[in-house]
Write a protein that binds this ligand. Structure first.
Ligand code: DGL
Length: 263
């Protein structure tokens, strides 16, 4: 089947986290259609083996290709870190992968520690070390795995005392006064920017890769003449989730909240 410009953009994540990237996509590309797949039935990916994660990524992309995706965004840093190169080999449509926002964090040029919040699989990957080697000279980075936060976001909790308590617990060995920047290195944490600032203080800058990847996607679609010419009034989004209806409903609620916060 030929790829056409009115086909949807496909996105996937291990679960609900990528919905933050979807929100940014809808905000910056309001005329596009989107099809989103969350793999909450098996999340978190970071607890699986790399081979299992790769296989799940192939399944997710096969599903999105069946839904006629004209491009795919891997809206999961963990999946990008283990599978992006192989996915690009298999599919003949553009495949982009989100990565922790280390380059944008460095571009702020602030004095103080840069905290990279991501899964342990992402933090142990070459992807993160390569980004730090390439852009981070002269900066001090701290790798912070925050597993409990993923579980909470998967259950739809993105505000309130429970999530704030869990953020405090993650940062318990760090003095907020010595931190300049927090890097969002897991799409689940794209929902927690407000809560992170509430816990650590307003002086903290947050570097989130969602905007950058959507701008990159836009330029690729432009180059390949794949941006739609249609004008639509309401976002056209289909959401699927291997965990079933509750996760789909939570995804929709979280998408709504995200869109309210950025608009
Ligand atoms: N949202 C995923 C990421 O960006 C979470 C990973 C997981 O399921 O372990 O890395």
């Amino acid at each position: 089947m030929g790829v056409i410009k009115d086909n949807p953009i496909g996105m996937f994540d291990s679960g609900l986290g990528g919905v933050s990237c979807l929100g940014q996509g809808i905000y910056l590309l309001p005329n596009e259609r989107f099809v989103y797949f969350g793999d909450s039935g098996v999340a978190p990916y970071a607890l699986l083996s790399k081979t299992e994660v790769k296989n799940l990524c192939f399944n997710a992309c096969d599903f999105l290709v069946e839904k006629a995706a004209k491009a795919i965004v891997v809206a999961c840093n963990t999946a990008t870190s283990v599978a992006l190169a192989d996915l690009r080999k298999k599919y003949d449509i553009p495949v982009l992968g989100i990565q922790p926002a280390i380059k944008p964090a460095v571009s702020f040029g602030l004095t103080g520690k840069i905290i990279v919040m991501a899964t342990s699989m992402t933090l142990q990957s070459k992807m993160v070390d390569n980004l730090i080697d390439r852009y981070g000279e002269g900066y001090e980075f701290v790798k912070l795995p925050c597993r409990r936060l993923i579980t909470l976001v998967e259950s739809g909790t993105i505000d309130g005392i429970e999530i704030e308590g869990a953020i405090k617990e993650c940062f318990k060995d760090l003095d907020p006064n010595n931190i300049s920047t927090v890097v969002i290195g897991c799409t689940h944490f794209g929902f927690l920017k407000k809560a992170i600032k509430k816990v650590l203080g307003n002086h903290i800058r947050i570097a989130d890769p969602n905007e950058g990847i959507i701008r990159h996607l836009k330029s690729i679609l432009e180059q390949e003449n794949l941006l739609t010419d249609k004008m639509i009034d309401d976002p056209m989004v289909e959401i699927y989730n291997s965990g079933g209806e509750v996760f789909i409903e939570n995804s929709k609620k979280m998408l709504e909240k995200y869109l309210l916060r950025i608009s």
